[in-house]
Design a protein around this ligand. Sequence first.
Ligand SMILES: Nc1ncnc2c1ncn2[C@@H]1O[C@H](COP(=O)(O)OP(=O)(O)OP(=O)(O)O)[C@@H](O)[C@H]1O
Ligand SMILES: [Mg+2]
Length: 193
Amino acid sequence: MVHVSEDKRALRRRLVAARRARDPEARAAAGRALREELMSLDRMGIAGTVAAYYSVDCEPETHGLVLALWKHGATVLLPVLLGDDDLDWGAYEGPDSLVPGPRGTYQPAGERLGVDMVRRCDVVIAPALAVDRRGTRLGRGAGSYDRALSRASSAALTVALLYDDEVLDEVPAEPHDRRVRAAATPSGVRWFD
Ligand SMILES: Nc1ncnc2c1ncn2[C@@H]1O[C@H](COP(=O)(O)OP(=O)(O)OP(=O)(O)O)[C@@H](O)[C@H]1O
Ligand SMILES: [Mg+2]
């Protein structure tokens, strides 16, 4: 498996460099398009509880999506990064409910709800650097979302958010890697089931 993790590292470097080359307006535009795509999904409209994330750096913008989900009436959970890279969860209660977290992140200021809260989510929105045509997901390399996705309900919609050119033919995978059921890009949602 050593070669797979090296392949992942090389692919991450390339993808992060490409993301950094995008200008802020492109990130914001991608975020607006993703918000439209996701909010128009039937599954999102009826979701009671959604695990989302608050974008940082050169990720496609998700702040507007998080606000839209909350205004729509969903219970929106955001991750709280733990010391072992696992994810705890807290409720988003509007932009004022966030405080700065590690590595430039923002985290919910309120109660920590526990790593198992993700089991109750109807939708799990995951960050990713790439997804392949089978739904194999490449993240930043902590395994945080492999752990969270392994707890998600089999009925949940698990969806990664990406720029258009990050849906690849094949992404290197190890046994612990968890697939997503869909990838949302500014040009639409692809389903892998
Ligand atoms: N279920 C797990 N329990 C404990 N550690 C795990 C688990 N899954 C993955 N990891 C750890 O995370 C490391 C990185 O995993 P991987 O390269 O798949 O990250 P990633 O999927 O790119 O990142 P992320 O999921 O955080 O976005 C693995 O080498 C492993 O040590
Ligand atoms: Mg992984």
